[in-house]
Design a protein around this ligand. Structure first.
Ligand code: UT7
Length: 342
């Protein structure tokens, strides 16, 4: 059986930097830089301009990942697109990306494009799925993307500050490829606990209702504020995140018969610097084995880990031969872990 390894990485963030102070000055939110930095570690985030969706950001990240793998888009056997902010209810962002990559024209391959709806853990769900597809021989190269345009759906007012100050836009992509070399994804595991589905959610509509939104006589739908904007019990998410991420790491080490000390680099989901520092402390992980981007980008949800991979590779922090641990937790609750020999 072939091994599945990451042959290329790419990241893209839109150019507009929104600092914590910009949330006050530009959007008029009653918040301050000190509060946000102290509680989350976030200094700034990026916002995409109107007219740009997650598949546009994903396109840039995918092109960079293909280039770093030395591949053409037509070499891809499957697209897995993780996002919680797809352009539309349907179809998914994966098909939009396939078309933008030129996979639906004359010389097209018309490969499959699947959307993954697992929020902050979406990328690791995708990495696990891609690994299985490559190992089974179904595909030689799978494009896994995490991309988000959060800025379109943030309540950028004082009422929404508890959520709006946390999230930013961005995309990360990797190519998962087959190899005969003794390297690649050694372990992956995903988990879910739907008892906490309401703790972090954005409902927008409810298909149990008839019709699924309140439609007025004028034909326009009315959506209540608590349905439009993401709802989060931050403290509960924080508590569960710390517990699940520590447990996931311990399970991964036990399953692969390694010690925490054997891991060269930890790529944690970037929801809150305090969550990651707490886990690092609990697991005795030295700071030099961690990489972050939450300070610059905020929480980019499905994009956090592939963006970290692309940046760490570019900066020389992530090199062939390194043992890497990835872990994410978020809405659902869902979580994922992976151990790779890079
Ligand atoms: O990737 C998705 C997973 N998400 C997470 O992992 C998030 C996990 N949770 C967290 O990171 C933290 O719970 C938060 C950073 C979201 C919040 O920190 P906290 O220490 O739990 O604060 P809190 O929500 O309990 O709010 C404390 C106070 C409140 O005021 P009162 O009620 O005490 O008067 C909030 O209204 O801070 C207020 N507050 C703010 N103040 C200034 C909330 N957001 C802001 C803000 N600026 N942006």
């Amino acid at each position: 059986m072939k091994n599945a390894y990451i042959s290329g990485t790419g990241g893209y963030v839109p150019p507009q930097v929104v600092t914590n102070q910009d949330l006050v000055d530009v959007y008029g939110i009653d918040t301050d830089d000190e509060w946000i930095q102290k509680r989350t570690g976030i200094k700034a985030r990026r916002f995409a301009p109107e007219g740009i969706g997650p598949s546009d950001l994903a396109l840039e990240a995918a092109k960079a990942a293909l280039e770093s793998a030395g591949l053409q888009a037509t070499d891809i056997g499957m697209i897995l697109f993780a996002t919680l902010s797809p352009e539309h209810a349907f179809p998914g962002s994966g098909v939009l990306l396939a078309e933008k990559l030129g996979l639906c024209d004359g010389k097209a391959t018309f490969v499959g494009a699947m959307d993954i709806r697992n929020q902050c853990s979406g990328f690791l769900y995708g990495l696990g799925t891609a690994t299985s597809m490559v190992k089974s021989g179904a595909c030689n190269h799978v494009l896994v993307v995490g991309a988000e345009v959060h800025s379109a759906a943030l309540d950028l007012s004082t009422e929404g500050r508890a959520v709006a100050s946390l999230f930013g836009d961005g995309a990360g992509a990797v190519i998962v490829s087959a190899t005969d070399e003794d390297r690649g994804v050694r372990y992956w595991k995903c988990g879910a606990d739907g008892r906490f589905a309401d703790v972090l959610c954005q409902k927008v509509w409810d298909t149990r209702k008839r019709p699924f939104m309140d439609v007025g006589e004028d034909g326009y739908a009315r959506v209540a504020p608590e349905m439009i904007w993401a709802q989060m019990d931050g403290r509960q998410v924080f508590r569960h995140a710390v517990e699940r991420m520590c447990l996931g790491l311990m399970e991964a080490c036990a399953a692969t018969d390694i010690l925490g000390d054997d891991i060269d680099l930890f790529l944690f989901h970037q929801a809150n610097m305090r969550i990651n520092q707490y886990i690092a402390k609990q697991m005795a992980i030295p700071e030099e084995k961690l990489v972050h981007n939450i300070d610059r980008y905020g929480n980019t949800t499905a994009a956090t880990i592939p963006l970290l991979m692309a940046e760490a590779e570019r900066d020389g922090r992530l090199k062939p031969g390194m043992k890497v641990a990835c872990i994410a937790f978020g809405s659902g609750f869902t979580w994922g872990t992976a151990i790779l020999d890079w």
